[in-house]
Design a protein around this ligand. Structure first.
Ligand code: NAD
Length: 302
């Protein structure tokens, strides 16, 4: 059992930290917003009033922060992890950020005797609450092995995919597949509704064939009902499509479909849908076809 400092107790970080407490670890949490810290304390964790207090003496430092600038501030800042973590501490950054950011944090950590892993996750809020996240890990093999008890407490599928930053490349690949799938399911719905066919029955049969997907399984009812409460916000997916297009440039490859999906997500955001679930790509596709936006028809059937 480890002493863990957990920074960033939002939608994902809070349930993950609570699962670490339940697995028997001694978890001290910090967030600039008290809500997640209070929930962690209620579950048996402890509260810190800043990064230094959270990481003091911790064997493991876990971070789950929104974007690159937050990860940079929390690791590199004057009161940051690099300045304050105990030598030898294992730092696991679960945030989704650019591969270059993860590589920079890992290199700076190494200079200070810290072991740093990038470990972005897939599975959403539900996956965090049920401790069944998929975790794509970049870093040294021995460090990944040392972090196994932490990964086991929050995830179901854990794969080391390469050195520092590799986890972020896999997460970028994950997000472009998810975004592309939403865009095409949205187009399928618009086509079927415009043609006057039974879109519900249509999606049912599509979900039973080669085009089956988790997106169809989990979201077809809510998309048909125009229920777009998040879930995973358009704002965060916009950030991730930016990471994916930048990662393509770094890797020297052309990803035309990714570029198109990135523009659709950008359009969703420009239209003010940033706080909605990423399935709200449907609203953009409807608009492109001059289809009137349909009002929500109440909570979607499961
Ligand atoms: P969130 O905004 O709910 O949580 C992030 C938390 O970090 C917030 O509570 C915020 O107050 C805190 N924070 C920001 N700056 C801080 C600082 N300097 N010090 C301490 N705390 C600070 O975001 P989330 O949905 O939990 O997502 C976190 C990361 O996980 C993102 O990179 C996101 O892309 C990724 N992710 C999210 C989901 C999802 O479904 N929400 C799924 C997979 C991956």
């Amino acid at each position: 059992m480890s002493t863990i400092g957990f920074i960033g107790l939002g939608v994902m970080g809070c349930p993950m930290a609570v699962h670490l407490v339940r697995a028997g670890h001694d978890v001290t949490g910090y967030d600039v917003v008290p809500k997640g810290v209070d929930a962690l304390v209620a579950a048996g964790g402890s509260a810190a009033s800043g990064v230094p207090g959270a990481v003091a003496g911790a064997e493991v430092v876990a971070t789950m922060l929104p974007q690159d600038e937050h990860v940079e501030a929390v690791y590199f800042g004057p009161d940051g992890v690099l300045e304050n973590a105990a030598p030898g501490a294992l730092c696991v950054d679960f945030s989704t950020v650019r591969p270059e950011t993860s590589a920079r944090v890992a290199a700076a950590g190494r200079e200070r005797g810290l072991r740093v892993l990038d470990a972005p996750v897939s599975g959403g809020e539900r996956g965090a609450e049920d401790a069944v996240l998929s975790i794509m890990v970049g870093g040294d093999e021995a460090d990944v092995a040392a972090a196994a008890p932490v990964f086991e407490a929050v995830g179901a599928t854990v794969e080391r995919v390469g050195g520092s930053g590799a986890g972020q490349y896999v997460k970028a690949a994950n997000q472009l597949v998810v975004g592309g799938t939403y865009a095409l399911v949205a187009e399928a719905i618009v086509l079927m509704e415009a043609a006057g066919v039974d879109a519900r029955a249509g999606l049912e049969v599509i979900a039973g064939g080669l085009a089956a997907s988790r997106v169809l399984d989990l979201k077809r009812a809510s998309m048909l009902a125009r229920e777009f409460a998040p879930g995973f916000r358009i704002d965060l997916h916009h950030k991730d499509m930016g990471i994916a297009t930048a990662a393509a440039r770094s890797a020297g490859v052309a990803l035309p479909m990714t570029g198109m999906v990135a523009q659709l997500v950008a359009a969703a955001r420009a239209k003010g849908y940033g706080p909605l679930d990423h399935s709200a790509l449907l609203k953009v596709v409807e608009d492109l076809s001059g289809r009137p936006a349909r009002p929500a028809s109440g909570p979607a059937a499961a």
